[in-house]
Write a protein that binds this ligand. Structure first.
Ligand SMILES: NC(=O)c1ccc[n+]([C@@H]2O[C@H](COP(=O)([O-])OP(=O)(O)OC[C@H]3O[C@@H](n4cnc5c(N)ncnc54)[C@H](O)[C@@H]3O)[C@@H](O)[C@H]2O)c1
Length: 303
């Protein structure tokens, strides 16, 4: 079986490409290296095509069986609306259309950013009020995907709404790496971890190994669907620091500061996983603490 991973030099894409390779698939990575890094692909032995999703010749992928579409602008602070929509939504549409036309399974990365401030636990039908252009670009991908699902009932289309993903190979995202990584880095650098007052905001932090598992399950989804991919159990920022202290052997008190983004800030995200279980058989395997332990022994932590 031949699989294409767009955005395969990025954080999630590289974890996915390497796991697919381990499982014996022939893997092609397509990435323009705008936020990805070759070091994420050390150990990868497949093909790498350094082109943009907007203009690569799609005929090169006619013989693939599955497309995992991860490529996107992932810097959620980018304000250029046209650029965000062209890459995230038009790039997506190009690959979705090609996949459906050529009977290729299409599995893509959506986001919990499509929920905006919808109350937790977020269910799939609660999406549609994103707070920024990044969330909007992903929301419109979901709307387009739904139309294709209706028009082409025989197609295999799965959208995965990732919550806050953390784990090995995220460090090249820099300021866009997860809060788990940012806080661990501050502590390893000898600084107190800085969080918004008073650290009780809750986020669904999901380990990248669970996200990869959801992607593998999506290959055999019972039907086309758009589902949440999270841990299903939100944790507070205070708890993240408590676990990091314990696992990394520190004893830092958090340093609290005022949240300047209060009106747009998602105070509480937690994935309702009912639909993911029903459609994919997805059940997260990693508790937050076990995931942090696994992550911290990995060579990819904060170097
Ligand atoms: N990390 C998270 O917490 C999270 C949460 C929700 C959704 N997502 C989604 O998951 C996917 C992967 O995100 P990530 O965290 O691995 O980020 P990432 O930035 O590490 O990966 C994105 C990859 O896409 C590539 N890319 C960007 N524009 C491209 C283009 N025009 N052509 C080809 N390649 C291009 C980048 O170079 C990068 O390697 C994205 O679609 C993102 O929106 C991530």
């Amino acid at each position: 079986m031949k699989v294409l991973v767009t955005g395969g030099a990025g954080f999630i894409g590289s974890n996915l490409a390497l796991e697919l390779q381990n499982k014996g698939y022939e893997v092609i990575v397509l990435d323009d290296f705008s936020s990805g890094h070759f070091k994420n692909l050390i150990g990868f032995e497949g093909d790498v095509i350094a082109e943009s999703i907007l203009n690569v010749d799609l005929n090169r992928f006619k013989d693939v069986d599955v497309i995992y579409h991860q490529a996107a602008i992932t810097d959620t602070t980018v304000q250029d609306q046209k650029l965000m929509m062209q890459i995230n939504t038009e790039g997506f549409r190009r690959f979705l259309d090609f996949a459906v036309e050529n009977d290729i399974k299409f599995i893509y990365a959506s986001s919990a950013a499509t929920y905006g401030n919808a109350p937790a636990p977020q269910k799939e039908d609660d999406a549609g009020k994103p707070n920024n252009i990044y969330g909007f670009s992903k929301w419109i991908c979901d709307c387009i995907a739904k139309k294709y699902m209706e028009r082409f009932p025989e197609a295999h289309i799965v959208g995965l709404r990732y919550f806050n993903v953390f784990g090995p190979r995220e460090q090249y995202k820099g300021k866009m790496a997860s809060m788990v990584w940012q806080l661990a880095k501050q502590m390893v650098d000898g600084k107190r971890p800085r969080i918004f007052k008073w650290g009780e905001q809750k986020r669904d932090q999901v380990y990248v190994k669970d996200v990869v598992k959801a992607n593998l399950l999506a290959m055999d989804a019972k039907k086309s669907c758009i589902v949440n991919v999270g841990s299903g159990k939100a944790v507070t920022f205070n708890y993240i620091i408590e676990v990091l202290n314990k696992v990394l052997g520190f004893d830092y008190e958090p340093e609290y500061f005022d949240n300047p983004y209060k009106e747009f800030y998602q105070d509480y995200t937690e994935a309702d996983l009912t639909k993911a279980k029903e459609c994919l058989g997805y059940k997260p395997e990693w508790s937050f603490e076990e995931a942090v332990k696994d992550y911290s022994i990995s060579e990819h932590h904060t170097n």
